[in-house]
Design a protein around this ligand. Structure first.
Ligand code: G4P
Length: 531
């Protein structure tokens, strides 16, 4: 669909790989559930609920993590809708996991932004939106809970435009507010979609309309709503831009659908919108060259690792986004970082409720590869060419704490557990050059608690987190001699991360400024690229 692109093989062209972003409670879980329902992946609404409910508190979160089977299969879900294959990638709900979220968004081609019609753009929506913006991801918007008292439609649109600096074009227009909401006018297809309040699972009744003066409108829309609706839609046509598919794909315009996920209203229209206007699998930036989805050779990259789904077997699943080609089970791929071949004999495709062996997959799909730790976030697999997917960052943690095993004899076990979480991307682990013990870095406080519980649960090892003398970490780079000289004279601040890269630990911005002044050949950075 994008300009200057050769036609993709039909199997690839029908794929839509996306994530849903929203502020907690806006309706992401409910919408996901309806997607799966219309995608035929689940039989009944309610099956994904366990997970949605789990996000709310820490204890619920832990309960969910105990049942890691659920959280894994929900990490990436594939289903068909009409002629499209949707791959829906879950983003972690809690704001403490923003790094994980960022990496998840490197594996998708588009995002669906869900907002609550009464609340508009909320803090977490804004944060996630900014992350999408960094990658110019196309965004489709769903304004949910229109069955309840909601804001004025123009106000909602204005708020998105003002707050997020993106053009908004209405794909549908709500008729009536709150209790009086009867449905939407489908602007893209000149239809009237009427919500069924009595049956939440019933698909809306649609009435084809020939233009706004079609007398059929008055038959279905009560007179007291009709006048306001006609005024609004006329104003909307005058004031708001029309859908420009190219601007959507470039991430500068978002179409907005109004609906009510719980009432199954507006969901199919949104799904059709994702299919019709959403991007096909996109080229992937890599070194030394970009990868195009239509290349016949298979390549992919790991954007997420989930470990210990079964604590008894220390197994891990690496989530691989296929960047190109047609993958078939049993293929031998080259693990570019290790320069070793890997037979992919048990790949899994994630359907909503089951894991299934993936016999085949195409560019755009997400497959899970069970492994024993060979695969890390950022790894690239190819059919031999030494390509390395770029743009998967690692962020300097914002909180640092020391960690000790409750039983000092178990220090080795602790090291193993920490390394594993570091590879999973759940934390940064630094080994100071001087002294014993480790320093763990995370983005949000909740992660320390989750880590402590997981180390105890999965390794039978009680641990204590304690205050560290350091508060920030920066990766050190520069020419070899300069780095050696720098580390030698700053030993008490130096540590190594789990990849062996050198890190400068400090508590003061002043220290960082001083290094920059005194060591012009050294670079301190707050992000490093995973490789
Ligand atoms: P989240 O994943 O984004 O956090 O949101 P979730 O889907 O869990 O929805 C949050 C709450 O909003 C839920 O209510 C859900 O039922 C409700 N909800 C979702 N869509 C709609 C809608 O279109 N209209 C209305 N009125 N409510 C909606 P809850 O009371 O927290 O949970 P529950 O008891 O309903 O399961």
């Amino acid at each position: 669909m994008l300009d200057n692109r050769p036609d993709l093989p039909p199997e690839i062209a029908r794929r839509r790989t996306f994530a849903i972003i929203s502020h907690p409670d806006a309706g992401k879980t409910t919408l996901t559930e309806k997607f799966l329902l219309y995608g035929g992946a689940i039989q009944m609404a309610g099956q994904v609920r366990a997970k949605g409910d789990a996000r709310r508190t820490r204890s619920d979160y832990m309960a969910m993590e105990k049942d890691r089977g659920i959280s894994v299969s929900a990490s990436a879900m594939s289903f068909d809708f009409k002629e499209f294959r949707f791959n829906l990638v879950d983003t972690p709900g809690h704001s403490d996991f923003s790094e994980d979220t960022y990496r998840t968004l490197t594996a998708v081609d588009a995002a669906v932004m869900v907002i609550d019609g009464a609340k508009g753009v909320e803090s977490q929506t804004r944060k996630l939106f900014e992350v999408c913006r960094l990658r110019d991801l196309p965004i489709l918007t769903f304004c949910n809970k229109m069955d309840r008292e909601s804001r004025d439609t123009f106000e909602i649109i204005d708020e998105i435009q003002e707050n997020l600096a993106i053009d908004v074009t209405p794909a549908s227009w709500p008729i009536g507010k709150g209790r009086e909401f009867i449905g939407c006018y489908d602007i893209l297809r000149d239809r009237l979609d009427l919500m069924d309040r009595a049956d939440r699972n019933k698909i809306a009744e649609t009435v084809e309309i020939e233009g706004l003066d079609d007398p059929k409108l008055a038959e279905h829309v009560p007179a007291e709503l009709l006048e306001t609706f006609l005024e609004e839609i006329e104003m909307a046509r005058e004031l708001l831009p029309q859908l420009d598919p190219k601007a959507l794909l470039e991430g500068t315009m978002t179409p907005i659908w109004f609906g009510s996920a719980i009432n199954s209203f507006g969901v199919q229209e949104l799904m059709e919108g994702i299919g019709t206007y959403g991007p096909e699998p996109q080229p992937q930036s890599a070194e030394p060259r970009q990868i195009s989805p239509e290349e016949t050779k298979v390549s992919g990259f790991v954007f997420k690792v989930q470990a210990n789904m079964d604590p008894k077997h220390r197994d891990r699943v690496a989530f691989l986004r296929l960047a190109s080609g047609h993958f078939q089970r049993g293929m031998k791929l080259t693990h570019v970082r290790d320069k070793k071949p890997m037979a992919i004999s048990n790949p899994v495709l994630f359907l909503a409720s089951d894991r299934e062996l993936a016999e085949e997959a195409w560019a755009g799909d997400i497959i899970g590869i069970p492994n024993h730790g060979q695969l890390r976030i950022g790894d690239t697999l190819t059919e031999g060419e030494p390509l390395r997917v770029t743009g998967i960052p690692s962020f300097a943690p914002e909180l640092l704490q020391g960690v000790r095993a409750g039983d000092p004899m178990k220090a080795k076990h602790l090291e193993k557990a920490l390394m594993q979480f570091a590879e999973e991307g759940a934390a940064k682990v630094f080994k100071p050059a001087i002294g014993s013990g480790f320093i763990v870095g995370v983005v949000g406080q909740l992660q320390f608690e989750v880590l402590a519980s997981r180390i105890e649960l999965e390794y039978g090892l009680p641990v204590r987190f304690e205050q560290s003398q350091f508060t920030s970490a920066r990766w050190v780079s520069g020419d070899r001699q300069a780095v050696d000289k720098f580390t030698e004279s700053n030993k008490q601040h130096i540590a190594h991360d789990n990849d062996g890269d050198i890190v400068y630990l400090t508590r003061l911005q002043w220290d960082i400024d001083r290094v920059e002044r005194d060591y012009p050949d050294i670079r301190l950075t707050a992000t490093k690229e995973m490789m």
